[in-house]
Design a binder for this molecule. Structure first.
Ligand SMILES: [Zn+2]
Length: 271
């Protein structure tokens, strides 16, 4: 599943080719995504200018004059820029053709993605209005997490993966950040001090920034590529390493289930 750094990389990859461009034509080959693609979307998008493309959590927002397109890559979605038309493959469900000849092509084999239109400000859309802050935003601080944790008892790993608390911290990045901050993923959130939340927010920002930086190196191949940047967190300390020795203390890492997600951590380093 594309995570925040992958979506950010895709955003940076497609942006230069489509911002300030006029949409000439939209082709929908499959309407059955996670939510049905609106039937009238082609008519609504024709001749509209894409003023900006931004990311909110793992959603990409194409801002038009009043409306906005909300796109989510789901489990398996990819976007790529074609500089000239090529025949679509089986899972190439949507083409957005620009007046400059560029085509933005959305493929989604498992069809858990979304392609929606909102006529109001996108921040009011039901999918977006309850989202917490961006993890790389200034307001995401130790104090912010600590103050939201006071009346809760949930495990800290589930807490930082809750989109209402902070967006875009997926399973890999949550496990890695908790290791970096030396916090046991099972710890109830109201038992963690503000100082340790400072460490945790720093760790989350650091890991996401590193992953985005690594993703940047794939950008040169983005145009006409498969559009699959993949996971960038290629130096993983705990994720996927159950049963292997901790890189700090050599204790064997253990795997547990928290909120139906597997979590790997070091019992000795993370207390
Ligand atoms: Zn350890």
């Amino acid at each position: 599943m594309p995570e925040l750094p992958e979506v950010e990389t895709i955003l940076r990859g497609i942006k230069p080719s489509i911002v300030n461009q006029t949409i000439k034509n939209v082709t929908i080959r499959h309407y059955g995504l996670r939510w049905p693609v609106p039937q009238n979307i082609q008519k609504n998008l024709k001749n509209k200018v894409i003023n900006a493309v931004i990311r909110r959590g793992k959603y990409l927002i194409f801002e038009l004059n009043k409306e906005a397109v909300i796109l989510h890559l789901g489990m398996s979605g990819t976007l790529r820029i074609l500089t000239q038309y090529s025949p679509p493959k089986k899972h190439d469900h949507i083409d957005i053709a620009m007046a400059n000849g560029v085509i933005l092509r959305f493929a989604d084999p498992r069809r858990f993605g979304a392609f929606l239109l909102t006529k109001n400000k996108f921040t009011y859309h039901p999918l977006l209005k309850n989202l917490g802050p961006e993890p790389l935003d200034k307001i995401f601080t130790g104090n912010y997490l600590w103050s939201h944790a006071q009346n809760r008892k949930m495990a800290v790993k589930s807490f930082i993966m809750d989109n209402k608390i902070v967006v875009g911290v997926g399973n890999i990045y949550a496990a890695e950040a908790l290791f970096l901050a030396c916090i046991n993923p099972k710890t109830p959130v109201n038992k963690i001090s503000q100082g340790r939340y400072d460490q945790l927010t720093k760790a989350i920002k650091c890991i996401l920034r590193q992953a985005i930086k690594r993703g940047g190196t794939t950008l040169k191949d983005f145009v006409n590529s498969e559009g699959k940047p993949g996971y960038f967190a290629n130096q993983l300390n705990v994720y996927g390493r159950a049963g292997m020795p901790c890189i700090k203390c050599c204790t064997l890492l253990i795997s547990i289930q928290i909120g139906q997600r597997s979590t790997v951590y070091c019992e000795k380093c993370q207390s």
